[in-house]
Design a protein around this ligand. Sequence first.
Ligand code: AKG
Ligand code: FE2
Length: 361
Amino acid sequence: MESSDRSSQAKAFDETKTGVKGLVASGIKEIPAMFHTPPDTLTSLKQTAPPSQQLTIPTVDLKGGSMDLISRRSVVEKIGDAAERWGFFQVVNHGISVEVMERMKEGIRRFHEQDPEVKKRFYSRDHTRDVLYYSNIDLHTCNKAANWRDTLACYMAPDPPKLQDLPAVCGEIMMEYSKQLMTLGEFLFELLSEALGLNPNHLKDMGCAKSHIMFGQYYPPCPQPDLTLGISKHTDFSFITILLQDNIGGLQVIHDQCWVDVSPVPGALVINIGDLLQLISNDKFISAEHRVIANGSSEPRISMPCFVSTFMKPNPRIYGPIKELLSEQNPAKYRDLTITEFSNTFRSQTISHPALHHFRI
Ligand SMILES: O=C(O)CCC(=O)C(=O)O
Ligand SMILES: [Fe+2]
């Protein structure tokens, strides 16, 4: 598609302020050209791992993490192994009730399915706001194919917005879910610190667990799911991401050069290592590339990744590879940076372009 056509289509789409949900509501049977994914990516959608390699990402039962020393060591080992080899794992017995998770997903659905005039008031790309709704974070930063997904983004920690500033249909549950996530996040950072051979508080003391931004993702049914993606291949900009997904499926991660499904496990949360933790762990943990295929079912797919990071909020703190992990054999692979610097790089390019390599020494 010509780049001038692409940008005028993107502008007109943005001005509707109703995202891809609005396109579906208008009854379209064919998706607009700006959503068409290039043929080489479409080919990779059809390539699955051979049956002999039917791989699944590890699931870790966190119950043992707060029990005796031996059980804790085994949980730490499993998490460390998953963070090194996959960058992705699921957790069960994580302390957040199924009831709260269900209410959270229902809240996201209500936000995206409410009267468009109410939803439009939140439409913005301005990340100095605490609460914003948009479609395609990189819609105007590049010429890449747009994705079949809309997003509600809320900066929830350390300074949660006032309840009246959050969307009425999901504000209360967001507050509650965010508090519980904070506790889970701190626990995960303890286990991840231990897995790096550091004292349990190391990552928390570096401020890694302090801030998070919650994204309410909505993937409406797509009339031509073979032509586009829910979200293109990318890595996350966070330290870690804690992901709540419904049972539709479609999330995939690259492992040993193959796309592997991250199939929904009832009651589980998906944890993935983000770029910032890969950087401070000096590549010990990996921020794996992942994507979501377009939703071909008749129901919307709902997910809520919670990115543990300050992202676009001011943060003067400097991060670099953790000194205790470095040696002559393992010199620093990245230069020091602020999260703002990292996030600006992430946002200035297409999400499919890895931001981390800009900071490699
Ligand atoms: O919706 C999902 O399952 C994952 C979304 C994702 O990877 C992201 O928003 O960064
Ligand atoms: Fe992601």
